[in-house]
Ligand binder design. Sequence first.
Ligand code: CTP
Ligand code: MG
Length: 229
Amino acid sequence: MKTVAIVLAGGEGSRMGGGQPKQFTLLGEKPILAHALSRFEQADCVDGLLLVSHPTWIETARHLAIREGYRKLMAIIPGGPTRQASSRAGLEFLSRHEVERVLIHDSARPLVSPEVIQEVTRRLSEAEVVTAAVPVADTMVRAADGAVRELVEREGLYAVQTPQGFRMSLIREAHERALADGIRDAGDDVQLALRLGRRPLIVDGGRFNIKITFAEDLELARRLLPPAG
Ligand code: CTP
Ligand code: MG
């Protein structure tokens, strides 16, 4: 298999709250997680899908997958205590398959566009690491104790999103190195690749590719969802 998308759904959604992790919350007609998975299922450049689930919710994830009938789904595997551990679990599983490129995506970004998935994959032919990101629009400052300390020059600042694409050998090495250096809770995979001295290419992920973190984000996602979604 050339390109596999790892969809991360191993979190508990503690900042969102509620009785179940946010990835199972309905967004329009189906759960957030189902939106994320179907965007990769529909992308021609993606050959396989791997779902990393919170261990407690693996049966729920399985039912969702059966209901939606993903043709590309290779497996549903349990994640770990941190996003980094969940991502590593996915890479570990894929090491038993012939995979050249991997796209790692947060299920908490259900509105990722097919064009972005396509472009991140396409640009992996010219770089080992590619990430979706958007230029920061607000004025940026560094603050402490509720007061502004200093302006951070906005020029060149981006907010990093997912999907993040990697050549398989590179991302495996990045995870090995991170663990060897005692790093266990990185916020994403690109920062692990950065530690190897790589310069990830940026693909504009678009401003609708929001991450659902707080309840307000869910409200926003509902408004951004296309009518048929
Ligand atoms: N994630 C994961 N395994 C973990 C933690 C997070 O696969 N141990 C996934 C989440 O399911 C999510 C993505 O990583 O799709 C980004 O994480 P985040 O938005 O922080 O989600 P949660 O960790 O679930 O939320 P919170 O931090 O509020 O608990
Ligand atoms: Mg989290």
